[in-house]
Design a protein around this ligand. Structure first.
Ligand code: 0L1
Ligand code: MG
Length: 260
C-alpha cells in the first residue's frame, strides 16, 4: 500500500488532469480512504486552482439521478466545485485535446439570486433563492481509468469535472414545472436518452437543498450569482472527434455541443 497524504493525492490528481493521463483509483492503494479526507483533497485541489488565478463560479452536484448512480456504481450524491476555467462559452467546441475520455450529460442549472445557507434548507426555501433556471450540459472527464471509482475517489477528483455549458434561455423557477421538464438527449441525430427533472432527486430543487445542506457542513454557503449544476439527468455519453451531442428541453431550449 502507498502512503498517501492529502498533498500527494492533490498532486497526482492535478498532474493526471494536466497531462491527460488516466490513473488508478486512489482507493486501490489508499487503505481506509475516508469520505471526509476525500473532501479535504477536493478542497485543496480547489485551493490550487484559485492560486493559479481561477475564480469560483458555482458548485455542481453529482450522482443525483438513478441513471448516473446505476452506471457509475455509486449511490450517494456528492458536491464539487465549478471555476471560471471550467465554463465553456456557448458555441465553442469541446476541447478534446485537453481531456482524457470526455462524456456529456444533460442537467438542469440554477443561477442563484440570493445566498443559500444550510443546514435545514428545504426544496421550497432553495427554490425561493433561485434567480433563473437554465438548460445545461456538463462534459465530465474522470481522471480514473475507465471511469472506475469509489465515492471517495470521485469526490477527491472534483466529481470528474471538465467543462460546463449553460443555455441562454433563462426562466424564473415559478414559470415551469421542474419535475416535469423533459430532456431528449441525441448523439449525431439519434435519440439516446430521455428524462424529466424528476430524475434528479425527485425534483432539482431537492438537489439544490442537498447541496446547500452538505456545503454547510463544510462551512460554505451558496452565493448569489453562482451556478448550480444539479447533476446528470441521464447517463453520460462519450463525445468524440466530429461528434455532436444535443439536449432538447421542453421549456429551457436546446443546447448543442460539438467536437472537431
Ligand atoms: O452529474 C453527475 O452526476 C456527475 C457525476 C460525476 C461522476 C461521473 O459520472 O464521472
Ligand atoms: Mg454532472
Amino acid at each position: 500500500m502507498t502512503t498517501w497524504t492529502i498533498a500527494s493525492a492533490v498532486h497526482v490528481l492535478l498532474d493526471a488532469e494536466n497531462r491527460r493521463q488516466d490513473i488508478d483509483p486512489l482507493s486501490d492503494s489508499w487503505a481506509d480512504f475516508a469520505l471526509e479526507t476525500a473532501y479535504e483533497v477536493q478542497d485543496e485541489t480547489l485551493a490550487r486552482r484559485l492560486m493559479r488565478g481561477e475564480h469560483i463560479t458555482g458548485v455542481k452536484l453529482g450522482l443525483t439521478s438513478r441513471a448516473k448512480q446505476f452506471r457509475m456504481g455509486v449511490d450517494t450524491p456528492l458536491t464539487a466545485w465549478l471555476t471560471d476555467a471550467m465554463v465553456l462559452p456557448t458555441g465553442d467546441p469541446v476541447p478534446l485535446g485537453r481531456l482524457i475520455h470526455p462524456r456529456v450529460e444533460p442537467e438542469i442549472v440554477f443561477v442563484m439570486g440570493e445566498e443559500l445557507r444550510g443546514p435545514g434548507v428545504t426544496a421550497g426555501r432553495a427554490l425561493a433563492a433561485v434567480h433563473s433556471v437554465h438548460a445545461g450540459l456538463e462534459v465530465i472527464d474522470s481522471r480514473y481509468r475507465d471511469f472506475r471509482f469509489t465515492l471517495p475517489d470521485v469526490v477527491a477528483d472534483n466529481a470528474s469535472s471538465g467543462f460546463v455549458v449553460t443555455g441562454s434561455v433563462a426562466l424564473p423557477p415559478q414559470d415551469l414545472d421542474l419535475a416535469l421538464e423533459a430532456c431528449v438527449l441525441e448523439v449525431d441525430g439519434q435519440v439516446v436518452h430521455t428524462a424529466t427533472g424528476a430524475a434528479v432527486q425527485g425534483h432539482p430543487a431537492e438537489a439544490l437543498a442537498l447541496a446547500a445542506n452538505s456545503l454547510a457542513a463544510r462551512g460554505v454557503a451558496i452565493q448569489p450569482g453562482w451556478l448550480v449544476f444539479t447533476g446528470g439527468m441521464t447517463d453520460a455519453v462519450p463525445i468524440r472527434e466530429c461528434g455532436h451531442v444535443t439536449a432538447s428541453f421542453t421549456s429551457l431550449g436546446t443546447l448543442a455541443l460539438g467536437a472537431h
